[in-house]
Design a protein around this ligand. Structure first.
Ligand SMILES: Nc1nc2c(ncn2[C@@H]2O[C@H](COP(=O)(O)OP(=O)(O)OP(=O)(O)O)[C@@H](O)[C@H]2O)c(=O)[nH]1
Ligand SMILES: Nc1nc2c(ncn2[C@@H]2O[C@H](COP(=O)(O)OP(=O)(O)OP(=O)(O)O)[C@@H](O)[C@H]2O)c(=O)[nH]1
Ligand SMILES: [Mg+2]
Ligand SMILES: [Mg+2]
Lengths: 286, 278
């Protein structure tokens, strides 16, 4: 389950036989390059490298462990600590608010998530609170209709907060209600304000940050803005069917304290998987 | 004072970190750092100028060289035989459809007649999204039914443009991952059947290292003539633009700087330098 650069790095260690500083430096440098290319936050990579190096050199390998196993274990542990456990998905009545940057995959994921709950026996509805993007109402409505998911939206309402108020009134019979919002970023003050108002009216049980796996160094500041605005309780990393590694998710996890709940692996309704830290790490280490 | 390896090493490492924090892809940042070292080692430094200043100045020259590839979009439209076909491609959600609408507006403002080809026959709401833009701008859309062959829709749009003496066909395509063989085949067919005047690769300025991977894959597998980088207004640091042009050697036609029709900025080296290197 190890990525190629990690295997290469560990091979160098294996040849040396003992935990020698020069070789550890080389291994850490390989890991560093892999993480940077996977879009992990630069400062975070540097801090992680420092910790891995210190632990690799100062800690005693466990009884019976070779030098290479020891360093491998340290790297793996440090990454697991950063990434944390996958989110617990409770199969019970709840309101979920979907937020994130423009084009990150919120609308598509809203439909996928609704299907996920529906398949597990919960009466689920989706709500379109995006009254800004051309065709947003039609997009979610079509996805919902194609897959037999109840839908609420108001095509010409100028006030998104009003839409969600009416939605909650009209969709009371549904156990799980998932609210799709318009894309927005940290510098769009009015849109962030609108999101806070939507959040107040809905009072959701979950606020999921939908993050594109390809996002670069901006992941940290964007995740911070969404967390400050509504308090993120879960992260969904989309488009992992491409070649992006999703390193930005590590920034999102560390600034929100929220776990990753799902990953998006395609455009179809079933292309939603529960987050698996091990496969995520191995992909990260390329 | 002559610049030696030890005085350069720390500064170049710090500078490389700065580049990566601005979304310059790792291999590009490393290469830039190497080139800086090659050019600066042994160079004379005046008393009073810091090593940092010298590195920044040398970097400005490198940026100049990287952005040597240019495309004057307005001139291209003026000089090319009509109807012109522009095909917009890229991975999912990068801003293709919105960018098409912005360019249509720009063409209208310059007294050209654009028509839109609804080449995304797959995604929910794709046609409605394009139609809404067309309605707002007062321009025509050519679309077939859901699931139709995009190559045929675009072909139809060009025939239509020819008959109606329209100037430019802006062809939208569905977002697709370069890892999807069938969709990349479909894209090749679109280009083979329709021989576009420009194939424009639309990606986000907020994408990280993967921006280089996907630009290179699309360039290798389909061929691209120019880049458009969107979502610059999301506080993008600009490294993506540098990385992508460094690798593909294709010009950036525009930056997308917001969601309104006017949020389309023609590429200029000075604007880039001011925007991203302050
Ligand atoms: N390949 C792939 N495409 C995805 C995935 N998730 C979403 N998409 C696609 O990404 C594009 C953008 O998805 P949307 O759901 O419209 O994104 P959004 O966040 O709602 O966009 P805005 O509402 O404009 O902010 C669409 O083409 C989706 O089909 C994924 O996991 N893999
Ligand atoms: N902030 C900002 N948002 C943008 C920009 N360009 C596009 N967007 C937004 O990004 C989202 C996706 O734009 P689309 O035009 O649907 O992207 P697309 O590439 O056609 O998406 P698919 O067809 O699903 O692959 C929308 O919410 C747009 O308004 C930009 O320059 N800045
Ligand atoms: Mg949406
Ligand atoms: Mg589109």
């Amino acid at each position: 389950k190890l990525g190629k650069s990690l295997r290469e790095a560990i091979r160098k260690l294996a040849r040396s036989g003992r935990v020698d500083e020069a070789v550890v430096n080389e291994v850490v440098r390989d890991i560093q390059r892999a993480l940077l290319q996977s879009d992990v936050n630069v400062k975070q990579v540097m801090e992680l490298s420092k910790r891995i190096k210190e632990r690799a050199l100062k800690e005693e390998p466990l009884k019976g462990m070779t030098a290479r196993e020891h360093v491998l274990r340290v790297i793996y542990q440090e990454l697991v600590n950063l990434i944390g456990k996958p989110a617990q998905i409770e199969l019970k009545p709840q309101k979920i608010l979907m937020v994130g940057l423009q084009g990150s995959g919120k609308t598509t994921t809203t439909a996928k998530l609704a299907r996920y709950f529906q398949k597990r026996g919960l009466r689920t509805a989706v709500i379109c609170a995006d009254n800004f993007r051309p065709g947003a109402y039609e997009q979610l409505k079509q996805l919902a209709e194609t897959h037999g998911i109840p839908f609420y939206g108001e095509k010409n309402e100028k006030n998104a907060v009003k839409i969600v108020k009416n939605a909650l009134e009209n969709m009371k019979e549904y156990e799980v209600k998932i609210i799709d919002t318009a894309g927005r970023h940290a510098l769009e003050e009015e849109l962030i304000e609108e999101l806070k108002n939507i959040n107040k009216v809905v009072n959701p049980d979950h606020k999921f940050l939908v993050l594109d796996a390809a996002i670069g160094q901006l992941a940290k500041e964007q995740a911070e803005a969404f967390h400050k605005a509504v308090g993120i309780t879960g992260i969904i990393v989309t488009k992992l069917d491409g070649t992006a590694k999703g390193g930005g998710a590590l920034s999102a996890i560390s600034v929100t304290g929220a776990p990753v709940a799902f990953v998006g692996t395609g455009e179809r309704i079933d292309d939603l998987e529960r987050f698996d830290p091990d496969s995520f790490i191995s992909r990260l280490l390329g | 004072i002559s610049l030696d390896d030890s005085s350069l090493r720390d500064t170049l490492w710090e500078f490389q970190i700065e580049l990566m924090e601005c979304d310059v892809a790792l291999p590009v940042a490393e290469r830039i750092s190497e080139v800086l070292r090659e050019r600066l080692i042994g160079k004379k430094r005046k008393i009073g100028t810091s090593v940092e200043e010298i590195v920044r100045e040398a970097f400005r020259e490198i940026v100049d060289e990287i952005f040597i590839h240019s495309l004057d979009f307005d001139e291209f439209i003026e000089k090319t035989e009509k109807p012109i076909l522009l095909v917009f491609i890229g991975v999912n959600g990068t801003g293709k459809t919105t960018t098409i609408a912005k360019i249509a507006k720009r063409l209208l403002d310059n007294d050209y007649t654009p028509i839109l080809a609804s080449g995304d026959t797959f995604r929910a709401g794709a046609e409605e999204q394009l139609r809404e833009h067309a309605e707002r701008l007062g321009i025509r859309v050519i679309a077939h039914r859901y699931g139709a062959d995009p190559a045929a829709v675009i072909y139809d749009a060009v025939a239509h443009a020819r008959a109606r003496k329209a100037d430019v066909v802006l062809a939208d395509t569905s977002g697709r991952m370069h890892t999807n063989v069938n969709l990349m085949d479909q894209l090749r067919k679109i280009c083979r059947v329709n021989t576009p005047d420009l194939v424009i690769f639309v990606d986000e300025a907020i994408a990280g290292n993967d921006a280089v991977e996907r630009a290179m894959r699309f360039e290798r597998e389909v061929g691209i003539d120019a880049h458009i980088l969107t979502k610059v207004d999301a506080d993008a640091k600009g490294g993506t633009a540098l990385s992508v042009v460094y690798e593909t050697k294709k010009p950036i036609a525009f930056f997308g700087t917001g969601q309104r029709y006017e949020d389309l900025k023609k590429f200029s080296k000075d604007w880039f330098l001011k925007q991203f290197l302050g």
